[in-house]
Design a protein around this ligand. Structure first.
Ligand SMILES: Nc1nc2c(ncn2[C@@H]2O[C@H](COP(=O)(O)OP(=O)(O)OP(=O)(O)O)[C@@H](O)[C@H]2O)c(=O)[nH]1
Ligand SMILES: [Mg+2]
Length: 460
């Protein structure tokens, strides 16, 4: 933390490149290679000038024989502690985006006392200087990685402290529970006094438990939103599954033919629908087969159903009652969309057995695909993603929530079995400590910090 660090903060190849410096010596070091003295520069000011190579005294040329001159014409933004991203004195140099210039400036900075930053080191310093809590620091990485409206929204809400607020609410309730229990302990000798009876404690504990469960269950959706909501396209051979995949992706991704059993392995790709990423998985058609390779493909189809959140079951003729029952059993716990394909050929033979809503399309002739896309989006059941919806997207947070739930379960069991208050407060404290790991309220071990920040880009 005592060292002054520098790094390129932008991706190479642009018209401009930004080099970031942070640490107590930032302005002193920078002044050694800048055409103006910035050691007394005010906070939040921008300075125009040149980066100049310091040439050894007495020589008028660089070692390569070129005359010494400015490296680049730049703008320097100055930030002062504690009102900067890291909470330290810092500066950003906007250079021209040439790889040569940027490397040269970094070289000059390190020659004059800066150290190259590690991945995520700026954000880590921001956390250590209490500019952000740990969950917010993690949101910075998610924000940089966000690729659509949904992932951007989730990262933004976490960065603005969404989960932190939710956790401080839980913390308040847990502290209330603790104090009620302690009241019970303090006055347990006074038989004539009435305190919060255990049903009240139980109600409060249940409420907290429900809240934590809700948060930890949102992780499945959070993961799906981050990685693309998995949608399996399943059905008998030759019904048009691969044709539909290609239609949805707007490209010829999977082989289509009128030979039964064309697709033998799963084929998958993602597209965005209304700002949410969906991952479509085309599968091998289900049929009885003696072909070993095809059989393996069909087993993968069942595995794909298992992993999917939404299953598009495609048919081209009406399934029998028996088939229909099988479909319903296989897709239990999934959102099921039954799609009838090839209506361009078979429109005048309406289905009678299928009672659940059915979407009729022609994948080949692009009929009602927009209607199907709408149904897929609805089946994903994405909450409106308003500011109040907290969706957990981070595996570390999920893990802490599950462990906190374990501790709270012991409290609930204890309350049920008349376990003494002091044992209960112990488990309550574990619940609190585990929850505060998420925002890093307790002292967070270095190893954990290292793991969090190593996945950041250098320069953030
Ligand atoms: N008329 C008509 N033919 C279609 C339609 N959709 C697909 N087909 C045809 O049906 C045949 C099978 O299409 P595929 O997309 O390969 O079917 P599949 O379900 O992936 O088949 P398998 O991979 O063998 O399981 C091809 O000849 C397609 O051109 C449609 O909407 N209308
Ligand atoms: Mg196919």
């Amino acid at each position: 933390m005592n060292e002054t660090i520098c790094a390129l903060a932008t991706a190479p190849g642009g018209a401009l490149g930004i080099i970031r410096i942070s640490g107590a010596q930032s302005l002193e070091i920078l002044s050694r290679i800048f055409s103006k003295d910035l050691t007394n520069a005010k906070a939040n000011t921008i300075h125009y000038g040149h980066i100049v190579a310091t040439v050894p005294a007495g020589s008028a040329t660089t070692p390569a024989g070129f005359p010494a001159g400015p490296i680049d014409e730049v703008l320097v933004s100055v930030f002062r502690a504690p009102h900067s991203y890291t909470g330290e004195d810092s500066a950003e140099i906007s250079c021209h985006g040439s790889r040569y210039i940027l490397n040269k400036v970094l070289e000059l900075l390190t020659a004059n006392g800066c150290r190259m930053a590690n991945p995520g080191e700026y954000t880590m310093r921001a956390y250590l200087n209490s500019k952000l809590d740990l969950s917010q620091a993690e949101a910075v990485a998610d924000l940089i990685a966000s690729s659509n409206q949904a992932t951007h929204h989730l990262a933004m809400s976490q960065l603005r402290g969404g989960i932190s607020t939710e956790l401080s609410l839980l913390r308040e309730q847990l502290l209330k529970l603790t104090s009620l229990l302690e009241l019970e302990l303090d006055f347990s000798d006074h038989e004539d006094l009435e305190f919060a009876d255990r049903t009240e404690l139980m109600a409060l504990a249940n409420k907290i438990d429900k809240h934590i469960t809700q948060l930890s269950q949102s992780f499945e959706l959070g993961q799906a939103i981050k990685q693309g909501i998995p949608v399996a396209i399943v059905g008998k051979t030759n019904v048009g599954k691969s044709t539909l995949l290609n239609r949805l992706l707007h490209e010829d991704r999977a082989i289509v033919s009128d030979i039964h059993g064309t697709t033998r392995d799963t084929v998958e790709d993602t597209i965005d629908l209304q700002g949410v990423t969906f991952r479509f998985i085309d599968t091998a058609g289900i049929r009885q087969t003696t072909d070993q390779v095809e059989q393996i493909g069909i087993e993968r189809t069942y595995a794909a159903i298992d992993k999917a959140r939404i299953v598009i079951w495609m048919v081209d003729v009406e399934p029998s009652q028996e088939e229909l029952n099988k479909i319903l059993i296989l897709t239990e716990n999934k959102k099921l969309i039954i799609v009838r394909n090839k209506i361009d050929k078979t429109k005048n033979s309406p289905f009678t057995l299928v009672k659940i809503p059915l979407i009729e399309i022609s994948a080949k002739h692009n009929q009602h695909i927009d209607q199907l896309e709408q149904a897929i989006y609805q089946a994903a059941d994405i909450p409106t993603l308003s500011d109040t919806d907290i969706i957990v997207t981070n595996a570390r947070h999920h893990d802490a929530l599950v462990r906190a739930q374990g501790h709270l379960q012991r409290v609930l069991d204890g309350l049920n079995n008349q376990v003494s208050g002091d044992l209960l407060s112990e488990d309550l404290r574990h619940t609190l400590d585990t929850l505060s790991e998420i925002t890093g309220g307790q002292i967070t071990p270095n190893e954990v910090l290292g793991n969090i920040f190593k996945n950041f880009c250098v320069g953030k």
